[in-house]
Design a protein around this ligand. Structure first.
Ligand SMILES: [Zn+2]
Length: 471
């Protein structure tokens, strides 16, 4: 099966250029001069996709999702089937989800459990990072074996959530030393969880139980402090690649910028919620509405320039990646667990379907370039986590994961029309200039003309190599 995507503007490492794309089977066969070019050879194809007036971009790579994650006595509401289909609708063709080793559990068993959840369920390709809930001798050995044999090359540690996922500084140091030896990447949730737990208990004792107190008890200074501490520990451990997940605060960005300026292997991602939503307007919404916006780190105040700083970070590459931290919990029966006690609201926002659209709005607003949109949403995450050039670029030999994006259509996000298994949307009413038109996953059309034609089980597990950004 040969597919020709013709008439569009290809956006990639070379900029934005009128280019046709020939797909043969599951991979890109050739990039061709536009049909108007005299030098253009005759091309035969079984299927033609007309991309006139549209952008042709590599399928999105979302390296931070939590399908079916057990949390706070419930579980994230998207399965691998529903969440991967929603991702495809939104132009994302690869997810890297977090397999979990719970404290007291064997790492390999946690990974096997995640394979069992995802196998045969995904509409798009997927990989795994490993959450390390208990760094001990066996877990450290498992890190090496996952890198060597399982295609899992990144390990997430938590400075937050004492008693759940928390690692102390000694455990963090040991895992970092191991990563420095193997080349694996340490991913860090950087918030000072022990201090936060004190502030949470004090707030509840005062009777401050509304959702906004989730944000007020997790101040940006405690993200900045943890980011600094992790950066220092990594330096002492021999400078393994250190990647801060869901960076939300100017204080943390400053630490990352400083470490990068010093030539360190320090990287960071942010997420759409920190670019667009705020503590006052969303987490502080009247009544219990703010529960929809409870995530950690929390939405930040709009009285300080956190969001402006994050956009700047995306421009300067101090923030290399935009991921979603997709972790949806329904309002009914899930978010409602925390009525009268914000600390019992499951943490998470559902965004996997909207990342490409939301970051494109930064292009429309002149905050980032077209090329930066593609880099932060596809190319860099693929390189950062050992998927490039199979993923993250439209080039001969790459998987034909391709999105045709129509900048001329305007849409509005709503829970009534989204495809995530979620009874509300943190993005309700957001107007989007642009629309995902057609999506190919390994050469198969999975979304076209407002119809989904993908299927559970098309998506395959993708073993990953080491980060390609090592210094
Ligand atoms: Zn997360």
């Amino acid at each position: 099966m040969r597919t020709l995507i013709t008439g569009g503007t290809l956006v990639g490492p070379l900029g934005a250029t009128p280019t046709d794309v020939l797909v043969d089977g599951e991979t890109v066969a050739a990039l061709l001069a536009p049909p108007s070019a005299a030098s253009r050879p005759a091309v035969e194809a079984d299927r033609i996709i007309d991309a006139t007036g549209k952008y042709v971009i590599p399928g999105g790579v979302d390296v931070h999702t939590h399908m079916e994650l057990p949390f706070g006595g419930t579980a994230a509401s998207d399965t691998f089937a529903t969440g991967s289909a929603a991702a495809a609708w939104g132009g994302t063709t690869t997810i890297v989800d977090f397999a979990v080793q719970r404290t007291g559990e064997v790492v390999e068993e946690g990974l096997a459990g995640w394979h069992a959840k995802a196998e045969g369920q995904c509409a798009i390709d997927y990989g795994f990072h490993m959450i390390m809930g208990g760094v001990d001798e066996a877990a450290l050995k498992a890190m090496d074996s996952l890198v060597a044999h399982e295609g899992v090359t990144s390990f997430k540690l938590f400075m937050a959530y004492p008693g759940v996922f928390f690692s102390d500084d000694g455990q963090i140091l040991r895992a970092m030393q191991r990563a420095a030896d193997s080349g694996a990447t340490i991913m860090m949730h950087a918030e000072n969880g022990l201090a936060i737990d004190v502030l949470v208990a004090q707030a509840l004792a005062r009777g401050d139980t509304d959702p906004i107190h989730h944000g007020l008890t997790r101040p940006p200074a405690l993200e900045g402090e943890a980011t600094h501490r992790a950066s220092v520990l990594a330096q002492v451990a021999g400078n393994p690649p250190l990647y801060f997940v869901h960076l939300s605060a100017s204080e943390a960005l400053g630490v990352v910028s400083g470490a990068r300026a010093a030539g360190r292997n320090v990287f960071a991602e942010t997420c759409p919620q920190y670019l667009y939503l705020s503590l006052e307007e969303h987490l502080g919404a009247p009544g219990f509405e703010g529960a929809k916006y409870v995530a950690s780190p929390p939405l930040r105040t709009n009285t300080a320039p956190h969001a402006d700083d994050l956009w700047r970070g995306l421009r300067t590459d101090d923030l290399a990646v935009v991921s979603t931290d997709h972790c949806p919990f329904c309002f009914a029966e899930q978010k409602e667990l925390g009525r009268g006690d914000f600390s019992k609201i499951p943490n998470g926002i559902g965004t996997v379907e909207h990342r490409i659209d939301l970051i494109y709005q930064g292009v429309v607003a002149g905050k980032i370039s077209l090329q930066r949109w593609v880099e932060t949403c596809a190319t860099t995450p693929a390189r950062m986590f050992g998927l490039y050039p199979r993923k993250g670029v439209v080039a001969p030999g790459s998987d034909a994961d391709i999105v045709v994006y129509d900048p001329a259509v305007t849409t509005t996000i709503s829970a009534a029309t989204h495809h995530m298994n979620l009874d509300h949307s943190a993005w309700e009413g957001f107007e989007i200039a642009g629309k995902v038109d057609t999506v190919l996953s390994r050469g198969s059309v999975v979304v076209s003309g407002g119809q989904f034609s993908g299927r559970a089980g098309h998506g395959r597990y993708v073993p990953r190599g080491l980060s390609q950004y090592l210094r």
